[in-house]
Ligand binder design. Sequence first.
Ligand code: HDE
Length: 714
Amino acid sequence: MNDSNHHQNKNSTSKSKDLKQNLEQGKGKTMTTNQGVKVNDTNNSLKAGERGGTLLEDFILREKITHFDHERIPERIVHARGSGAHGYFELYENQEKYTKAGIFTDTSRKTPVFVRFSTVAGNKGSADLARDVRGFSTKFYTEEGIFDLVGNNMPIFFIQDAMKFPDLIHSVKPEPDRDIPQAASAHDTFYDFVSHTTETLHNHIWVMSDRAIPRSFRMMEGFGIHTFRLINAEGKSHFVKFHWKPLLGVHSVTWDEAVKIHGADSDFHRRDLWDAIEAGHYPEWELGFQIVAEEDEHKFDFDLLDPTKLIPEEMVPVQRIGKMTLNRNPDNFFAETEQVAFHPGHLVPGLDFTNDPLLQGRLFSYTDTQLSRLGSPNFHEIPINRPVNEVHNNQRDAHMRMTINKGKTAYFPNSIGGGCPHLAKMAQGGFTSYEERIDAKKVRDRSESFNDHFSQPALFYRSLEDWEKNHIADAYTFEIGKCTYEHIKERMLYLIAQIDNDLAQKVAKGLGLEIPNNIEQPVNQAIGADADVKKHQPGQKKNYLEKSSALSQTFLKNDSIVSRKIAVLVSDGFSGKELDTMQKALENKGAVVNLIAPHGGEVSCDKDKKHKVDAALLTTESVLFDALYIPGGEKSIKSLLDEAKAKKFINESLKHCKPIAISNEGEELFDATYGKDFKDDSSVFINKDADKFIGGIAQHRNWDREEKAKNIPA
Ligand code: HDE
């Protein structure tokens, strides 16, 4: 099933057909050099006698080693670690009232996409479960050219002006003297920056929430963040914010799990995405528009151009206009996932930018960074980056040019080339920028309408369920607790208290510090030396909405258990009948059942039937699963009672609030763990129907258990 040709045929799009031109497979073929010369020995270099020196003329050796020496390219400065997948986008309903873009008006299209998910701070080889924002970049190969929606899994960003991006990233990356910590925000330099730059506090509180430790890329929302414009055929503009809504709901792991997954499987998210697609459990997201009419631009308590603000869905609902399905894994990680080059400036007619100063700066950065990463302005010719429609212009040459441009003319206007390529008329789909009126003085400043730094972090916190709030308090306590400078910790406490005093109290208690009544320097220091300090301090917290339910992870509910991983603890002699009933019921609903036994190979049930072991206790951990089932069988349970790891499995599953089902003798094993104190738990199912267990899995976790389960020393 891992055969790429299989996927090419089944899930073919215009882009997969295009990529096929570059596919190579050695199956059944003779090995050659890069020059096409057949090779009969790739194991031994050419020598002057068996024990003699290697000869410089050995072009086969030289070519092999030279190519190897140059295999690496610079990793992305941010979002270095990522995973990609192919798929397609389909529109539900014509959106011509807002935009003339073909992907949003033509419901008969199946637009190919390539998506790359990423963490931000860590290196390419870092672990997936870092507490971090996740990148969510989508390349739409539209008939009118490439449209890249380069978003994140959180609806706002840390800073308001592109000028601050290098500072933000330098503060969160490993500290430059020792190059530690890797892929972690919990260190002095990040909190030094955050505590002096109050515009970061909104995105920061999202990073303290469970959104920063997703269960799966497939269970995250995505956001374009900036306000963009949609332009219709009459040239009328509407403001738009883009949302991706995952059909599996939004789910996370706990921080304790995240830390353990780091060790148990640092590729957890990458593997999850790959396995789900291979199993045919194609992840899906609906694309949402949040539309604001041009004339309503100033009706909000915040500025639509400020990327640290979201528009609550209760104020402007998200209209779901289409669906994206990811259905094919890349054939080659480097060629596709590593070389893909996204750019928020890749737009098609019917879309346009706004003056969001963060977006404006990004428009410069993404091409610039590809030049150093991919090494040439011809990066658009790399198969994964090239559009599916034709490209014609007078740009020529440069490193690694693939296109062979015919003819004498590479200029415009020309007569020798028949005036070609000729210009598009607007009616033929030429891009024209929205004619926004501009009449302004040149200033290096920031709008006072960007000054509110506390209202939305407070709204976010108020909108969450209690368990989500508790996780935020724990995350602040952990992260700030890792800092070593007292003044940074105190500044953070002071600022958290401006967001929510109860939250600050909890964090202060954990840190063993008092919340200061005031701090010496102004809270916001991200201003120019000549700027009016007072003008740029955040104003009073506003309360324009008591609660936005859409901000809680529980908002996007789904009772599907498709692709959830269920661990089954067994040893020789387990009840075959019980496993069979449970396994059938779970697999019927699309869950993935793994047998975990004290040894690898096979285990026999009480009817002496052999079952394949998916993982030995030694090679796996509870944190890699969503739920646990313990079937009965006297002999099996007796043997598991001697396995400390089996008990650890149960204790951890309890601690992480996971659903657990137990049949008959399984209860004895459960009783030998902290399970004995949790037999009334609403997500512990002793001798209950599989349906009950399935309901528990669909809920993801039983957070009501958490307060008590916290005390389990697992
Ligand atoms: Fe990026 N960002 N960014 N960013 N960004 C990059 O481009 C940058 C920002 C985002 O999967 C880089 O090709 C600046 C916001 C994603 O390949 C670089 C600023 C958002 C990815 C860059 C921002 C993002 C990147 C590094 C502030 C969410 C991964 C490699 C003005 C809306 C793309 C690359 C992928 C990657 C610059 C802010 C999302 C250096 C200067 C806001 C998902 O060009």
